[in-house]
Design a protein around this ligand. Structure first.
Ligand code: GLN
Length: 471
C-alpha cells in the first residue's frame, strides 16, 4: 500500500494544510513519518528512539535528545544518562505540545552536544542522507539528517558554537540559531550556559520562522529570557531592495574555505544583489583569529561545571563501589565518553586557581572584544553574510582522531555565538554534489530581517532540499 503522503518533500506548512483541510488525519501523518523512518533510518540512524502514537495533536516534530521530554528517555547522546526519563517537559517541548505539535522522536547528538559530526554519540554516528558514507555534521546531526531525509517535517536543535547551523548546512536544511535570550533553556541538558540556544531546523525559511514563533519569548523558568521586542513575521515573497549586506574582508584569506563553498557563496551574493540588496565589506579580524581559542576555553569551563551534576546519585547510570567517592568516580569514568572527559579536564584546568586569570579571565576579555567587533561590523549593515561551514560534509572517521580538525569545522559559526547574535543557515548550492550553507548573521533580535532575506534568496536559488539519491 502506498503511503498517504510523501514525506520527502512535505514542508511543515504543507503538512499543516493537509491536516487542516482534512486531507489526512494527524494519525495518518504520524504513521507516514514512522513508515519513512522504518524504511530509511536503519541506514541513517537519525533517531535514538521514536514515539509510536500521535497523542491526538496535529503535526509531528523531532527533538534533539538534549531536550527533556516528559515520559520519554532523554540521554543527550551519553551513557551517563542512559535510562533517564524526565518527569517534566523542557519549556520548548511544552510550547510545541501546547501549539499542537506531537513528538515523533528524539534525535541523535554528539555526547552533551560536544562535536561537529555526531560521531561522538555514545549510541553510534548518524549518517548524511546525501551520502551515507559522510557525516551529517553536528552536534545536531540527527535532527538535520531526519529533516533532510523526510523523517520529520521539522525539528529542534541546540546550538552552542554551531550545532544547528553547521549540520543544517551539511544536510541542505534551513537552521536558525536564535539571539541568546530569546528561547528558554529550561529543561535542556546544559553544555555551556552562556552560549546554549535552542532553535528550529526545517526545509524552508517560513517553516523555521513559524517554529521560532512557537518557542520564543520570555519564560519565567529561565531568567536569561526576554519577551521578543517585535513579533515574528513569516516572510512573504518580496524583493529586498536597499537591504545592506556586509561581507567580512577576512574571508578572502581563510584557506580553510573550500573553492566549491566559496563559489556557491559568491553566487548567492550575486543573487542577493539581483534581488535589490546592497553589498559592502566589513571587518571581523579578531573573530576568525581568536574566536575558536576563546570558545574552547569558555565552553569547556562552563561544561566542566555543568557536568559536575552527573554523579551517579540523581540521574541515569550508576556504577556501584564500596565508598561514595568510589561510586562517583566509577560512574563518571564509565558514563562519560572521551570528548566530555577531554572538555571537563580542559575546563577544570582553565578554571583552576593560578590559571583562572590567564585562561578563563583572558577568554572573557576576548569575548567582550568579539561582541564589540560584531556590533561595529553590523553598524552600517542589516546582515553579515559568510559561508556557514568552510567545507562540505566529510567522510565518517576522517576527523574523529583529530580534535583540533574537528573543532575547526566551527571557524565561521563560533564568533557570532560568542557575541550572542542570531544566525540563519540556508542551503545555497552544491559543491561536488553536496550541500553548501550560507550563513546570515544579524544584530540581537534581528531574526525577522534574516527570515526576509533568507526567504527571498531561497526562492531565487531554487535549491532542491531532497538529497539526489532519494529523489
Ligand atoms: N562543535 C562545537 C563544539 O564541539 C559546537 C557544538 C554545539 O554547538 N553544541 O563545541
Amino acid at each position: 500500500m502506498a503511503p498517504v503522503v510523501d514525506t520527502l518533500r512535505l514542508t511543515a506548512e504543507d503538512a499543516i494544510g493537509l491536516v487542516q483541510r482534512g486531507d489526512v488525519s494527524a494519525g495518518e501523518l504520524h504513521a507516514a513519518y514512522l513508515e519513512a523512518i522504518e524504511e530509511r533510518d536503519g541506514e541513517l540512524h537519525a533517531y535514538l528512539r521514536t514515539v509510536e502514537e500521535a497523542d491526538g495533536a496535529s503535526i509531528p516534530i523531532a527533538l534533539k535528545d538534549v531536550i527533556s521530554t516528559r515520559g520519554v528517555e532523554t540521554t543527550a547522546g551519553s551513557r551517563i544518562l542512559e535510562g533517564y526519563v524526565p518527569v517534566f517537559d523542557a519549556t520548548v517541548a511544552a510550547r510545541c505540545r501546547a501549539a499542537g505539535l506531537t513528538l515523533l522522536g528524539k534525535t541523535n547528538t554528539d555526547e552533551f552536544a560536544m562535536g561537529s559530526s555526531t560521531e561522538n554519540s555514545a549510541w553510534g554516528p548518524s549518517r548524511n542522507p546525501w551520502d551515507p558514507a559522510l557525516v551529517p555534521g553536528g552536534s545536531g546531526g540527527g535532527t538535520a539528517a531526519a529533516v533532510s531525509a523526510g523523517l520529520a517535517p521539522w525539528g529542534l536543535g541546540s546550538d552552542t558554537g554551531g550545532s544547528i547551523k553547521q549540520p543544517s548546512a551539511l544536510c541542505g536544511n534551513v537552521g536558525l540559531r536564535p539571539t541568546y535570550g530569546s528561547v528558554s533553556r529550561f529543561g535542556v541538558v546544559a553544555f555551556a550556559s552562556s552560549l546554549d540556544q535552542i532553535g528550529p531546523v526545517a526545509k524552508t525559511v517560513r517553516d523555521v520562522a513559524l517554529l521560532y514563533s512557537i518557542i520564543a519569548g520570555r519564560d519565567r523558568c529561565d531568567s536569561t529570557t526576554v519577551e521578543l521586542p517585535e513579533e515574528v513575521r513569516l516572510p512573504e515573497d518580496e524583493r529586498v531592495d536597499g537591504l545592506r549586506i556586509g561581507v567580512p574582508r577576512q574571508l578572502a584569506d581563510l584557506d580553510a574555505i573550500e573553492p566549491g563553498v566559496r563559489a556557491a557563496f559568491e553566487r548567492s551574493l550575486e543573487l542577493a544583489e539581483e534581488l535589490g540588496a546592497e553589498l559592502g565589506e566589513c571587518d571581523l579580524p579578531l573573530s576568525y583569529r581568536y574566536g575558536m581559542p576563546c570558545y574552547y576555553l569558555v565552553a569547556p569551563a562552563e561544561a566542566s561545571s555543568n557536568l559536575a551534576r552527573y554523579d551517579g546519585v540523581r540521574y541515569g547510570l550508576r556504577t556501584e563501589a564500596d565508598t561514595y567517592d568510589g561510586m562517583v568516580e566509577r560512574t563518571r569514568d564509565d558514563g562519560f565518553g572521551p570528548e566530555p572527559k577531554r572538555r571537563i579536564m580542559l575546563g577544570t584546568y582553565a578554571l583552576s586557581a593560578g590559571y583562572y586569570e590567564a585562561f578563563y579571565g583572558q577568554a572573557q576579555k576576548v569575548r567582550t572584544l568579539l561582541i564589540r567587533e560584531h556590533r561595529e561590523a553590523l553598524e552600517p549593515f542589516d546582515v553579515i553574510a559568510t559561508p556557514t561551514s568552510p567545507a562540505v560534509a566529510f567522510p565518517i572517521g576522517d576527523k574523529a582522531a583529530d580534535p583540533l580538525a574537528m573543532y575547526a569545522c566551527d571557524l565561521l559559526t563560533i564568533p557570532s555565538c560568542l557575541a550572542g547574535l542570531p544566525g540563519l543557515s540556508i542551503p545555497c548550492g552544491l559543491s561536488d554534489g553536496l550541500p553548501v550553507g550560507l550563513q546570515l548573521l544579524g544584530p540581537q533580535f534581528g531574526e525577522n530581517t534574516l527570515f526576509r532575506l533568507g526567504h527571498a534568496l531561497e526562492r531565487a536559488l531554487g535549491f532542491d532540499t531532497v538529497p539526489e539519491r532519494l529523489r
